[in-house]
Design a protein around this ligand. Structure first.
Ligand code: F6P
Length: 551
């Protein structure tokens, strides 16, 4: 589905938004808007209901918007044909046109089993058959029925993968640790740095370790190298190659490479090329999640995402939570010139959530060419960053509060803790910070107030907080598998909405190729002792110094 425009700046609503910005929105005081409108919170917050009836509240009211801006943003989504592109995605059309692929991760969480087709072929049965395999296998491993080569049950799972074949599984297993089988340990090896695998394997015994080699393509250099090292480590003790069957499984789309590696394709959990790497945690790439938290919880995770898919596809844009999130991001990015977006979960279990979102957002929308093959004339993807709060409050929040940059932020909190220790004292302190940070960023602290406090004249300016820094507060009841599934799907569709408005292809990733190709060539040069002179002077100098020092 191609858009009827090239540059999004051509859209009438884009011009309206620019006029609104120039004629006052840039100085719109959110604090004053609250004073003017007692219903502002109700007007700009939305509640999502999950499949199990649990809810997540999205409070957009602390953003720099009023009704005119909000309406113009909704109009922008309409003119940019966000709904049409969304419908094309859910219809299995090949909207990833540079790779000629459908973008169909949403079919992986189709728990209601509605027909979902690519190229006229309903994929539901295949998806369900992989899920049945995941169920059978995860139950065998968790119950101890699946035995290693010496007849012992599995105690350690090592997922070897990188990018989307790592970040989702790591983040979800950490976020849902409270649901885990505590005597089953999960490890993740992604980095080609030998330290990663070496350190993870220190805690493992080949007799009781199961490796999941997770790679969509099964050609990613880091993953195949790490997987070969794992195989060697295993065979040092197990000796016999026939034991590999019990200890290595593959999560991949590439059966040929899987069997070349020596894994029996019986032990392969497949998926199709319409699943992008950064959207693959819902596929068999999520096997480590199912092993760790159990199949039923994994299904609940899928159902949470499906509930958001349902919301995204059936709710008018004015009420559509991910669409609103995406449009606000465009508002700050393209009209306020914001370069970054902060996501801070007030939840220690979610400590890898920002890292996960970095790939989702930046690999999707870090693009300069639009769907009409023209270079865009406006800014696209934000630099997403984040760390869990309250830790981040004690590191980079200074810049968010008083720096010279506008940093739109999302704060995430669950009302109920999985660890309500000390009579829930910790949770109350955590929550008080969640509310206080968003409030402080909005209300700031005026010169007048600082002076009234008797601040010495030379410190007054240092203690002023300008405020009016936008935040979206996301309040869940509890981070259950369903709630986490919903939050991820929310961000997927936020990213989708942004990309649709920017008229870019959010589903390819050509930008990762050049470095890979150069690294391969340099790898060969590092194999020889000869001095290198084929690059620019800096690269030659660095390579030759490395050769000298590492010899
Ligand atoms: O290099 C980027 C990338 O292609 C990501 O998009 C992907 O998630 C990652 O590499 C891993 O790819 P694979 O699962 O094929 O090993």
């Amino acid at each position: 589905m191609s858009a009827s425009f090239s540059q999004s700046t051509e859209l009438q609503s884009w011009k309206t938004l620019q006029d609104l910005y120039d004629s006052g929105a840039k100085n719109l005081s959110v604090k004053e808007e609250f004073a003017k409108d007692p219903k502002r919170f109700e007007k700009f917050s939305r509640t999502l209901t999950n499949h199990d009836g649990s809810k997540i509240l999205f409070d957009f009211s602390k953003n720099i918007v009023n009704e005119d801006i909000f309406n113009a943003l909704i109009k922008l989504a309409k003119e940019a044909k966000v709904e049409q592109l969304r419908d094309a995605m859910f219809a299995g059309e090949k909207i990833n046109f540079t790779e000629d692929r459908a973008v169909y991760h949403v079919a992986l969480r189709n728990q209601s089993n509605k027909p979902m087709s690519v190229d006229g072929h309903d994929v539901t049965a295949e998806v369900n058959s992989v899920l049945a395999h995941v169920k059978e296998f995860s139950e065998q491993v968790r119950s101890g029925e699946w035995k290693g080569y010496t007849g012992k049950a599995i105690t350690d799972i090592v997922n070897i993968g990188i990018g989307g074949s790592d970040l989702g599984p790591v983040m979800v297993t950490e976020a849902l640790k409270a649901y885990s089988k505590r005597d089953l340990h999960v490890h993740f090896v992604s980095n080609i740095d030998g330290t990663h695998i070496a350190e993870e394997l220190r805690a493992c015994d080949p007799e009781t370790t199961l490796f999941l080699v997770a790679s969509k393509t099964f050609t990613t250099a880091e993953t195949t190298t790490n997987a070969n090292s794992a195989k060697q480590w295993f065979l040092e003790k197990a000796k016999d190659e026939s034991h590999i069957t019990k200890h290595f499984v593959a999560l991949s789309t590439n059966a040929e490479e899987v069997s070349k590696f020596g894994i029996d394709t019986k032990n392969m959990f497949g998926f199709e090329n319409w699943v992008g790497g950064r959207y693959s945690v819902w596929s068999s790439i999520g096997l480590s999640v199912a092993l760790y938290i159990g199949y039923d919880n994994f299904v609940d995770f899928l159902k949470g995402a499906e509930a958001v898919d349902h919301h995204f596809t059936t709710t008018p844009l004015e009420e559509n939570i991910p669409a609103i999130g995406g449009l606000l991001s465009v508002w700050y990015n393209n009209f306020f010139g914001a370069q970054t977006h902060l996501v801070a979960p007030f939840d220690q279990y979610m400590h890898r959530f920002p890292a996960y979102l970095q790939q989702l957002s930046m690999e999707s929308n870090g693009k300069s060419v639009n769907r009409a093959n023209d270079f865009v004339t406006y800014s696209t993807g934000s630099i997403l960053f984040g760390e869990p709060a309250t830790n981040s409050q004690h590191s980079f929040f200074q810049l968010v509060h008083q720096g010279t940059k506008l940093i739109p932020a999302d704060f995430i909190l669950a009302a109920q803790s999985h660890n309500p220790i000390e009579g829930n004292l910790h949770q109350r302190m955590l929550a008080s910070n969640f509310f206080a940070q968003a409030e402080a960023l909005m209300v700031g602290k005026s010169k007048e107030t600082v002076e009234k406090e008797g601040t010495p004249a030379n410190l007054v300016n240092h203690k002023i907080f300008l405020g009016n820094r936008p935040t979206t507060s996301i309040l869940a009841q509890k981070i259950t598998p369903a709630a986490l599934g919903a939050l991820i799907a929310y961000y997927e569709h936020v990213t989708f909405t942004e990309g649709a408005v920017w008229n870019i292809n959010s589903f390819d990733q050509w930008g990762v190729e050049l470095g890979k190709v150069l690294a391969k060539a340099i790898g060969k040069e590092l194999d020889s002792k000869a001095e290198v002179s084929t690059h620019d002077a800096s690269t030659n100098g660095l390579i030759n110094q490395f050769k000298d020092w590492s010899a």
